[in-house]
Design a protein around this ligand. Structure first.
Ligand SMILES: NC(=O)CC[C@H](N)C(=O)O
Length: 438
């Protein structure tokens, strides 16, 4: 085996912004497994950590990105130079809302560390209660500031996502770790660490029943479904949906961290669902990859993936609110993708394609397949990002609602009295679901 010699390079960067000095003078370094080191200073928690180094081109929404469970295990480098200037909001949603309990995308910071050119010491926003520095300190997440994030991004763009270490304080003076010391998150089932352990229901009074397989779902997915009137039952990622599928009008598969191959068992169970169930199914990002794997497509690791809120995708087919031939700007955060193959598995077709790198951005069941299944690599729920494809949730809930009406009419023609007696009482059965899970 030929191994590349490791050339050790060191970079340092001087902040130009007077508003954005580091809140601490503790030294910190980003070491990449490929041999480069970037020296700056620490903010947030003064602790050292390993992770997978990725970059995001998003200009706003650092709070949403950092709470997105799909960033678990990753050292997140922001290409936008000034991060933290609008602070961090209180992350608890009002009690009386039908919301999912949090304002951001989950209850805490999910990424392993953040790397920025200039962290803002002063922040200003009417919802802000604390600085990025304080927030990171509370969640024990290290930050590195005062480094040239353009240089890091150009490296990652060429060599691909790279394992790294943020070394802080005394650790910053130590030599970089040996190659075999770097922790590789793709070797772990991160989904299992983050997914709900027990089923739970949101908005039980909703008129249409949707099950969500939780691979590390962003809160805005449940919000998008609940706000469209759905009763949402969130299930652990490895729950056998086939056991309880008759209770539901539709199935949703969420986003999630890590390598989709770690979740093969979910794709296997979904294959049975696809064989035996004809109700609407929708998947986003990891959920889309699981659908693709169940359909017979291959999921592969991209060089540096797509992370940002400005990814253009071209629709290849029309469906619901989506029109073939239109380009939609989307929010994305992924490292893996489904491989484009010709022909596509029978009953499936490409739905969207990325305008920058031609990767598969969506798949759907063909109209003659007897299925209604859609998977998209991007995030229609955004948070943050553009709302171009948000109506895909309206389309999906409408399909589930139509399914429910169809089932009720079919049943009503047999026994209208029973339907009326059963009316809506059947759904508050979380204990029963829990029993099935156990
Ligand atoms: N946001 C996601 O669901 C990401 C899916 C998968 N972990 C990937 O990186 O490709």
């Amino acid at each position: 085996m030929i191994t590349r010699p490791i050339i050790r390079l060191s970079f340092s960067y001087r902040s130009l912004s007077t508003h954005a000095r580091s809140p601490t003078s503790i030294p910190a370094v980003l070491h990449l497994k490929t041999g480069q080191s970037f020296t700056g200073s620490s903010f947030g928690a003064p602790r050292s950590i390993f992770g997978e180094t990725v970059f995001s081109t998003s200009i706003t929404s650092y709070t949403e990105s950092m709470t997105d469970p799909s960033y678990r295990g990753q050292i997140l480098v922001f290409t936008t130079p000034l991060i933290g200037n609008y602070g961090v909001p209180h992350n608890i949603a009002p009690r009386d809302s039908r919301d999912v309990g949090v304002v951001l995308e989950s209850s805490g910071i999910q990424c392993a560390a953040v790397v920025v050119a200039d962290v803002a010491e002063k922040f200003s926003h009417y919802t802000a209660i604390e600085s990025l520095h304080t927030w990171c300190s509370r969640y024990k997440v290290p930050g590195l500031t005062g480094v040239d994030t353009r240089a890091i991004t150009r490296l990652l763009r060429d060599q691909g996502t790279t394992l790294g270490r943020v070394a802080v304080g005394d650790d910053a003076a130590l030599p970089p770790p040996n190659e075999n010391e770097y922790w590789d998150p793709s070797q772990e089932n991160l989904v299992d660490q983050i997914s709900t352990k027990e089923p739970y229901v949101l908005n039980p009074a909703g008129d249409v029943r949707i099950a969500v397989l939780d691979f590390g779902a962003k809160a805005n997915i449940a919000r998008a479904l609940v706000r469209r009137g759905a009763a949402v039952t969130v299930l652990p990622w490895n729950y056998d949906f086939n056991v309880i599928r008759d209770k539901f009008d539709g199935l949703f598969l969420s986003n999630g961290p890590g390598d989709p191959q770690q979740c093969w068992s979910a794709a296997h169970k979904l294959r049975t669902t696809l064989d035996e169930w004809r109700k609407p199914i929708f998947g986003i990002c990891m959920g889309h990859q699981i659908i693709g794997m169940a359909a017979g497509l291959d999921a592969y690791r991209m060089t540096f993936g797509n992370r940002g809120h400005n990814q253009p995708v071209l629709a290849l087919a029309s469906s619901g609110s989506i029109r073939a031939g239109r380009v939609y700007v989307t929010s994305q955060n992924h490292q893996y993708a489904l491989r484009l193959q010709d022909p596509f598995p029978e009953g499936w077709e490409p739905f969207f394609i990325n305008c920058n790198d031609s990767s598969v951005e969506g798949i759907k069941s063909t109209s003659d397949s007897n299925h209604r299944v859609w998977g998209v690599q991007f995030h229609p729920e955004s948070a943050g990002g553009p709302l171009d494809t948000m109506e895909m949730f309206t389309d999906f809930v409408a399909e589930c609602r139509a399914e429910r009406l169809k089932a009720r009419f079919a049943k009503a023609s047999v026994d209208t009295g029973t339907i009326l007696r059963e009316k809506e009482s059947a759904f508050n059965d979380v204990p029963e679901l829990t029993a099935v899970a156990a």
